[in-house]
Design a protein around this ligand. Structure first.
Ligand code: SAH
Length: 259
């Protein structure tokens, strides 16, 4: 009796072992999302947040909002820059993204996001999609992000990237952001990531009462100021200049700056 059960037990153990190997090759369990797969860059993102954003080394005010810091830690910035620049993706500076445009410095992205004081129920309009990075940072913090880009190839690239990286609440449109996105207005928040010489009136109109807009104001060759615009419940507007910044200009369809 004994001599029969022992080989059977062994056979069973071998079968279980083999099944384990087969299942592990069969893609069982949750596949990592594209965002999770890129974790070898996590230490660089952590250092970026610590050394440039939450404890900047110089005169800059630190960004403190824990939700903003978490979003900056989560978004794989290296996938938003051209492959030739991946090793510089987490540096303390803007980078070229082609067509004469740039992805903003990480600190500025974090600061503008904090200044907007977004809430989970907010619908946010961004002017100047560029790489899609700012929209991706906003994505987990709000209900919807609508973003407009005037350079068609950049808009298409960003749309594709945001889809692949699974930011389903970001909608990209090709067009001149000066006019906003009338059909979807009003917006709780508006963020403009290119510089205008004045605040475009259609954007003021499309801001909800009680809403806020963050926009760099100034010409191409003069100092620009990051400006907070607030619309009170009675519709009245206040503007507050904050720090000096340098952004590419808000352009028209012909490539010339709006002025
Ligand atoms: N937010 C971007 C960086 C923006 S760079 C990011 O996270 O990568 C500024 C962008 O504004 C450029 O891509 C530029 O093409 C775009 N832009 C300039 N004028 C515009 C306009 N009138 N409407 C929409 N986008 C515009």
């Amino acid at each position: 009796m004994r001599s029969v059960t022992k080989p059977l037990q062994c056979l069973f153990a071998v079968a279980v072992f083999l099944a384990g190997i087969i299942l592990s090759f069969d893609g069982c369990g949750d596949a990592p999302t594209p965002k999770e797969k890129e974790d070898e860059f996590r230490p660089l993102r952590e250092a970026m947040v610590r050394e440039q954003i939450s404890h900047p080394p110089d005169y800059r005010d630190s960004v403190k909002d824990p939700k903003v810091l978490d979003a900056m830690r989560a978004v794989p910035r290296h996938l938003f820059v051209p492959p030739s620049n991946i090793r510089n993706a987490y540096g303390d500076f803007p980078l070229p993204i082609g067509y004469g445009q740039t992805i903003s410095q990480p600190y500025i992205v974090a600061l503008m996001t904090e200044m907007l004081e977004v809430k989970p129920e907010h619908r946010v309009l961004e002017i100047g999609t560029g790489s899609g990075y700012q929209a991706a940072v906003l994505s987990p913090l709000v209900r919807e992000v609508y973003t407009i880009e005037i350079v068609k190839p950049l808009a298409l690239q960003a749309e594709e990237r945001l889809k692949k990286l699974q930011y389903p609440n970001v909608k990209v449109k090709i067009g001149d952001g000066y006019y906003g996105w009338e059909e979807l207005a009003p917006f709780d928040r508006i963020i403009v990531t290119c510089a205008a010489t004045f605040v475009p009136p259609p954007l003021l109109k499309q801001l909800k009462p009680g809403g806020k807009m963050c926009i760099p104001v100034g010409g191409q060759y003069v100092v620009q100021y990051l400006t907070m615009v607030e619309k009170a419940e009675d519709g009245s507007i206040t503007m507050r200049k904050t720090l000096p910044v340098r952004f590419v200009p808000l352009t028209r369809g012909d490539g010339e700056p709006w002025q």
